[in-house]
Design a protein around this ligand. Structure first.
Ligand code: MN
Ligand code: MN
Length: 316
């Protein structure tokens, strides 16, 4: 008998029992045979303001226990369509960001080599660069949907080219994603000058500011996402795309953001796209209140897995 890749029956095993893997899915040391491999990346050596995201994976796991398996909005029971497991954490190097990058790229590369979709849970946003290196290595240059209040396309900070404010500039320079097939959603907040937006604009990146979502509604984002159909898409979800009223537990909060309901709607809008990998980053539990930020991140993770399941036949 094969091991069932689904959470234990909550009528036999209460939700607060057993070790806290994501949604109490089975732990799999190796990704062979999986469709989606959840990978924790506990690292916050790339932050510029409030730290603590290294504790994100643990808190997101423990705040995922109440998520029930059927998604009534997308009408899918993802674990009947996909073999999903929690592959534990990357052993990061808390003293060295570049060594951490090597470790992350290798771990994500192993998941991709096994034919699974890497579902990465950070950790700070600097980690998207080594993840994208691995994803582009397996799939070629990808399309990108990036939820964030920041573009993360700055050049450097205190002479460092690698931190959580630069991953999408470095990844663009390295040719890992196609800027003309890139949508950034939720961008907002004060910057240093209008020049801060020049790099993305010059490369053809589409930006949907948070103010536009508030003014015109979530549906106004759909046409931009529709353009990515037929492409292999990477999704990067910075929890600070959501307003600090809903997601206070993060390193660089910006007011005026998406509501948690808007964020879920926008993630569901990805249905129909071929998602080849994703990350959820920047949850900082020390700044959280009653786990609300980690709980939202856990639910975004579940929604993304549900979206991926729609592209697979039921009962396979
Ligand atoms: Mn970010
Ligand atoms: Mn951000």
């Amino acid at each position: 008998m094969t091991e069932p890749f689904e959470p234990p029956n909550a009528f036999r095993s209460p939700r607060f029992a057993q070790l806290s893997t994501f949604m109490r899915l089975p732990y799999a040391r190796y990704p062979a045979g999986l469709d989606v491999a959840i990978l924790g990346i506990p690292f916050d050596g790339g932050v510029s303001f409030r730290s603590g995201a290294r504790f994100g994976p643990k808190e997101i796991r423990s705040n995922s226990l109440l998520i029930r398996p059927y998604n009534p909005v997308l009408r899918t029971l993802p674990f009947s369509r996909l073999r999903v497991a929690d592959c534990g954490d990357v052993d990061t190097n808390p003293m060295d960001i570049l060594d951490t990058y090597r470790r992350v790229e290798e771990a994500v590369g192993r998941i991709l080599a096994a034919g699974a979709v890497p579902a990465c849970v950070g950790g700070d946003h600097s980690l998207s660069l080594p993840i994208l290196r691995a994803v582009a290595g397996a799939h070629g240059r990808v399309a990108l949907v990036h939820f964030d209040s920041h573009q993360d396309m700055w050049e450097e900070y205190f002479g460092n080219r690698y931190f959580h404010g630069t991953p999408f500039r470095r990844a663009l320079e390295e040719g890992l994603y196609d800027p003309r097939a890139t949508v950034q959603v939720g961008i907002r907040g004060p910057v240093y000058s209008d020049r801060d937006f020049a790099f993305g604009a010059e490369h053809g990146v589409t930006v949907v500011r948070a103010e536009e979502v508030h003014r015109h509604g979530e549906e106004s984002v759909r046409p931009h996402l529709e353009r990515l159909r037929g492409r292999k898409v990477y999704v990067s979800f910075d929890i600070d795309s959501v307003d600090p009223a809903f997601a206070p537990g993060t390193g660089t909060p910006e007011v005026g953001g998406l509501t948690s309901a808007q964020a879920l709607e926008l993630v569901r809008m990805l249905a129909g796209l071929e998602i080849v990998g994703f990350d959820i980053v920047e949850v900082s539990p020390p700044y959280d209140q009653s786990g609300i930020t980690a709980m939202l991140a856990a639910n975004v993770l579940f929604e993304l897995i549900a979206v991926i399941s729609l592209s697979r036949p039921a009962g396979s």
